[in-house]
Design a protein around this ligand. Structure first.
Ligand SMILES: C[S@@+](CC[C@H](N)C(=O)[O-])C[C@H]1O[C@@H](n2cnc3c(N)ncnc32)[C@H](O)[C@@H]1O
Length: 502
């Protein structure tokens, strides 16, 4: 193993907090009036936060843990004359037990810091040793459910470990972390009935303080008293402490703005199934630019194949921006998941030849969804893909913009896997759904559920939770809605294999 102080900074999420920000962190803690007698920084680095906290709260003792011995040596030197602050040069995952022994039942302990904002899979690709031991991971109740098991932030793991270890104590947790980490921790606390007095999210400008392009915040859970709480106050920013709204939970669904949600609660089950667009992981071969009367693939080749399996295609950028314009086409090799693709050989020989000329592109696809499937398989395909009318929305863009898609030259328009859509049989059915989805009611409801800082903010899960019947009822359209939509069962009951990926 490399010496700990020679390991590249990235592995250790090593971005030291500037004093300007650590001063603001202290101001906020004073505003919420905490009175800790012990301060612990689990990853203290060069000690900016630890010392600031010590100077502001004057505790009986302060402890910093830091893995990098260079930083520790600098701190040992700085703190020579201060007997109340001790520094442990070790891995927090190893030192946690020692810290537990330092805290008594009656202490009020402030855990503060800026733990590494790096995920275990990023660490995996760096061959890092800085990952919690796997067996520890299993011991933490419910953590799998919260972290999505395979990939989680090291900061998330450190904070959850502390919250679990000091659950019965009077404790305040105050950490800089990604906003998504803060939400995962809240979800964990709410699921595990971990009680607290209040919790707060103050967004920070990560670009300004750390030159990082990520949504981050100063996240505080004040568990110095234990109340049954399932919400968190969100403020404008660390600098502008103006209260904006509460995050909460309703029937196990995380709500990003409880005020809007309570007045526009359309949570239920959509009568229409929202799906992800087509996935194929082979865009150079399967997608074509339309140039005049020609179609050109991603290798710049003029593709001359039968028309039958080629459909108009829209991508997220087409759906999210302005007027719909078809710039691309897509080759659709199956009508349902798992369909054999060798039918193409006799029916569409040019298409078959084209596919075989590029077979390597299909064979090198890594995703497990193509394992043990016909070689030219695609995913997220079914009868519903071929219904003439669709309403689509980009899952990536940070705005709510539904688009109606009409067939082109009698062919249904397909969307790619960065979009979500529902399908309809008739234009009048699509019209009514479109008017409901673009109503102010649905906009407010969606805005109360969508966390805009997520990578894919608009998920099929959220869209499938819109009770369109209830929206129709509220807008005096219930009769029209049920009359037009009663034939829709066919689309909705289609094979469970068509599960959504996002
Ligand atoms: C984002 S920096 C923050 C440092 C300091 N808390 C501050 O805010 O300025 C994260 C620190 O965590 C340390 N670190 C990373 N992994 C650690 C681990 N497993 N145990 C203890 N410290 C660790 C790094 O060396 C680095 O100094």
């Amino acid at each position: 193993m490399k010496a700990k102080d020679q390991i590249p900074k990235k592995e250790f999420g090593d971005f030291q907090t500037p004093f300007e920000l650590s001063n603001i962190m202290m101001d906020i803690l004073k505003e919420i009036n905490i009175k800790p007698n012990i301060i612990i920084e689990p990853t203290c680095g060069l000690g900016a936060i630890l010392m600031d906290a010590y100077n502001n709260f004057n505790p009986q003792k302060a402890i910093g843990i830091e893995i990098n011995s260079k930083y520790c040596n600098i701190l040992f030197e700085k703190l020579k004359t201060n007997n109340n602050i001790s520094i442990i040069n070790n891995d927090i995952f190893i030192s946690l037990k020692n810290i537990e022994n330092e805290v008594n039942q009656n202490d009020t302990c402030l855990f503060i810091g800026n733990p590494p904002w790096v995920t275990n899979s990023e660490l995996g690709s760096l061959n890092s040793q800085n990952i919690p031991v796997k067996t520890n991971l299993k011991n933490l109740r419910g953590i799998d459910a919260v972290t999505g098991k395979s990939n989680f932030d090291i900061a998330e793991y450190i904070i959850l470990k502390l919250i679990e270890a000091f659950r019965p104590h009077k404790a305040i947790y105050a950490f800089l972390c990604k906003t998504s980490v803060a939400r995962n921790i809240l979800k964990y606390c709410w699921n595990q009935e971990i009680y607290y007095k209040e919790s707060y999210i103050f967004p920070i400008d990560a670009k300004k303080y750390f030159n990082a392009s990520v949504d981050a915040c100063y996240f505080i859970v004040d568990a110095s008293e234990k109340n049954i709480k399932k919400d968190c106050k969100v403020y404008e920013s660390v600098e502008k402490r103006i209260y904006k709204y509460d995050i909460g939970i309703y029937n196990n669904v995380m709500v990003c703005n409880t005020n809007n949600f309570n007045t526009h609660n359309y949570l239920g089950k959509s009568d229409y199934n929202w799906r992800n667009g087509i996935k194929h992981d082979c865009s150079k071969v399967m997608e074509f630019d339309i140039i005049g009367s020609k179609i050109i693939n991603g290798y710049g080749e003029n593709v001359e194949i039968e028309e039958e399996l080629v459909y108009p295609l829209l991508k997220s950028s087409d759906i999210a921006n302005g007027k719909i314009e078809i710039r691309k086409k897509i080759l659709i090799t199956q009508r349902y998941i798992g369909e054999k693709t060798d039918y193409i050989k006799n029916k569409y020989p040019k298409t078959w030849q084209y596919l075989n000329d590029h077979i390597y592109d299909f064979e090198k696809r890594k995703s497990s969804i193509y394992k043990n499937k016909p070689v030219f398989s695609i995913f997220s395909i079914g009868n519903y893909s071929f219904y003439p009318f669709k309403i689509a929305i980009s899952s990536l863009y940070k705005k709510i913009n539904f688009k109606m898609l009409y067939p082109i030259m009698e062919k249904p328009v397909m969307v790619d896997d960065t979009c979500n859509f529902l399908s309809c049989n008739t234009e009048s059915e699509a019209d009514i759904l479109y008017s409901l989805l673009t109503s102010h009611d649905v906009e407010l409801f969606l805005n109360s559920l969508i966390f805009w800082d997520s990578k894919r903010p608009i998920t099929t899960q959220i869209l499938n939770s819109i009770d369109l019947g209830k929206v129709a009822d509220n807008n005096g359209l219930y009769k029209n809605y049920t009359t037009l939509t009663k034939y829709n069962n066919l689309i909705n009951n289609e094979s469970s294999a068509q599960m959504a990926l996002f």
